[in-house]
Design a protein around this ligand. Structure first.
Ligand code: PLP
Length: 377
């Protein structure tokens, strides 16, 4: 049996290596390392796949969030509502731009931002809502868009963990994660579902004017060569990364289906266990299982993680601490006990190995060991 990894990029390279090598080689031969033709081609292919009007690539998913907020011309003091249960990138850009970060609770079962909590947090100064499609499943976009439209708010979807997931509206219409709000952002960090061999990211929008603004800001605020309309940043997707992504995009749906199969096996093995709560699948979204994250009850999470590591099964805690208790975010003035749902999740969640190249033998071994540990008195 191969060593078990959280994400097995080696196994994937074993399957796609020939194509990837050729893609990289062709960029080296062309020496068009920045803004080569593969960058435009990838933007076009991703735009077609997602079914939105514009894809603007950039340096990483964190930049994508920052550039999105810059393009919306929010001012210091404007309030931005997002979830307390996410990766730090979502909140740090809000703070960096001098906007007021307003944290709210997630849903304890599917881990996505709670719409009721958003509703209660809206004030006359609220400018934007940032739902995060956490672990590969869409937040309740229909309710969020309705709320945002009623109140005149922007919606920036952080789709870094959900490239390829479908949101399903109540009338049956499907849209890809990241293409529903004012702007969507995503990341191609090596462990994401659609990933390159370094850093990469993109912004998605259906608005022509915003698309121009996003493209300008990502490229030094440049309108035409050496004429600057906006204060911008330097955030680009390298041509080599775009060439790799062009190869991998073709397989994204297959990869996501393979992840779902792994999740089905986990679900089946754990769903009736009294000490495991399996991740709830929302009725209004497909799940592409960026992570398979269980909750372990009765305070056994840390011991289970330790045991799994002792039998060479990696497991990770996403995320170990609520954001409002982090040193850097103390200034927000939240009380330690303000977010019982988030704090509860942080003490119970455990993400198990999840990737498209999992072998049956590995999967059986993981399941067997999780159950074996929890049988012990
Ligand atoms: C990975 C991630 C990001 C940031 O992406 P980078 O490309 O690493 O900058 C932002 N938000 C979420 C939820 C993520 O998982």
């Amino acid at each position: 049996m191969r060593d078990i990894q959280m994400v097995d990029l080696n196994a994937q390279y074993g399957k796609l290596g020939v194509e990837i090598d050729a893609a990289i080689r062709s960029v080296i031969n062309s020496t068009a390392f920045i803004k080569g033709p593969e960058v435009k081609k990838f933007e076009e292919e991703l735009q077609k796949y997602l079914g939105c009007n514009h894809v603007i690539s950039c340096g990483n998913g964190t930049d994508a969030l920052q550039i999105a907020m810059m393009a919306l011309r929010m001012k210091p003091g404007d309030e931005v509502i997002t979830t307390n249960f996410t990766f730090i990138a979502t909140v740090e850009v809000v703070a960096l731009l001098g906007l007021k970060l307003v944290l709210v609770e997630p849903d304890p079962h599917n881990y996505n931002i709670s719409v009721d909590s958003i509703r209660k947090a809206i004030t006359p100064r609220t400018k934007a809502i940032v739902p995060v499609h956490l672990f590969g499943q869409c937040a309740d976009m229909e309710s969020i868009m309705k709320l945002a439209n009623d109140k005149g708010l922007y919606v920036i979807e952080d789709a870094a963990q959900a490239t390829g997931a479908d949101y399903i509206f109540s009338d049956g219409t499907r849209k890809k994660a990241g293409t529903i709000g004012t702007i969507g952002t995503t990341s191609f960090f090596p462990s994401k579902n659609l990933a390159c061999y370094g850093d990469g990211g993109a912004m998605l929008t259906n608005d022509d004017n915003l698309a121009r603004k996003l493209r300008s800001i990502a490229n030094h605020g440049m309108k035409e060569r050496y004429h600057y309309d906006d204060i911008g940043v330097n955030s680009r997707l390298d041509t080599i990364q775009a060439a790799i992504l062009l190869v991998k995009l073709k397989y994204l749906d297959n990869f996501n289906a393979a992840r779902r199969k792994v999740a089905d096996s986990y679900d089946k093995a754990f769903s009736k266990h009294p000490e495991i709560i399996i991740p709830e699948r929302a009725g209004d979204s497909t799940h592409i299982f960026h992570q398979y994250t269980i909750r372990v009850r009765n305070g056994k999470r840390d011991a289970l993680k330790k045991y799994l590591e002792s039998v060479k099964i990696p497991a990770m805690i996403y995320y170990p601490g609520p954001l409002h208790t982090q040193e850097a975010y103390r200034y927000l003035g939240y009380d330690e006990n303000d977010f019982p749902v988030t704090s509860g999740l942080c003490s119970e969640v455990l993400s198990l190995p999840m990737h498209p190249d999992m072998e049956q033998e590995q999967l059986d071994y993981i399941i067997l060991n999780v159950l074996k540990f929890l049988e012990k008195k």
